[in-house]
Write a protein that binds this ligand. Sequence first.
Ligand SMILES: N[C@@H](CCC(=O)N[C@@H](CS)C(=O)NCC(=O)O)C(=O)O
Length: 197
Amino acid sequence: MPSYKLIYFNLEGRGEILRYLFSYSNIDFEDRRVEFADWPALKPTIPYGQLPVVEIDGVIYNQSLAIGRYLAKKAGLTGKSELDEIRVDALIDTIDDFFSKFPWMDTEKAKKEFMEKSSPQLLAYLEKTLGNNPWFVGDSATWADFFWDTCADSFESYVPGFAKDYPKLLALKERVKAIPTIAAWIKKRPKKIPVKH
Ligand SMILES: N[C@@H](CCC(=O)N[C@@H](CS)C(=O)NCC(=O)O)C(=O)O
């Protein structure tokens, strides 16, 4: 088994999908959390100067979704057919587009306004895709379900209740969190630093 080290900030953010995927597959990984004060010195040593990265047997790989897809493939979480894989990737890319546009560093007001304006399109699409099924694609969980849960948790810490009108999407999050290996990870992970509102 290769040795895995995830390097990310002490946040859920873009690192948490990888922590979920490692945990789901019971793959041991070092969960290295970089302090913001140490980042300027570390940044030049990281390919493309951004986190997360994963070191596999001493070699650094970047881009969270490239790494996520590698782990999801190993776990059988990318979809059961080629067409299901398109559906899963489309969900991942759509949620990621939204995540990238979210004004993380802006004011609380700007975050709330962005959510009010832009989230209905995302949430309606996700709810329609889910329909009355337990998972977004096919009859079992995929990493798109996991990604929705981890990203929604990040949005929720800044704009509480942003998905309150979408009970099916909220129930999906609970379903992901109830998967035993994910539940075990959530129980042992470091507590989130509360966001000041
Ligand atoms: N597309 C990249 C985005 C990575 C990214 O934006 N990382 C941010 C944290 S979430 C970062 O490293 N910020 C610090 C910096 O750019 O100096 C990925 O998914 O890995």
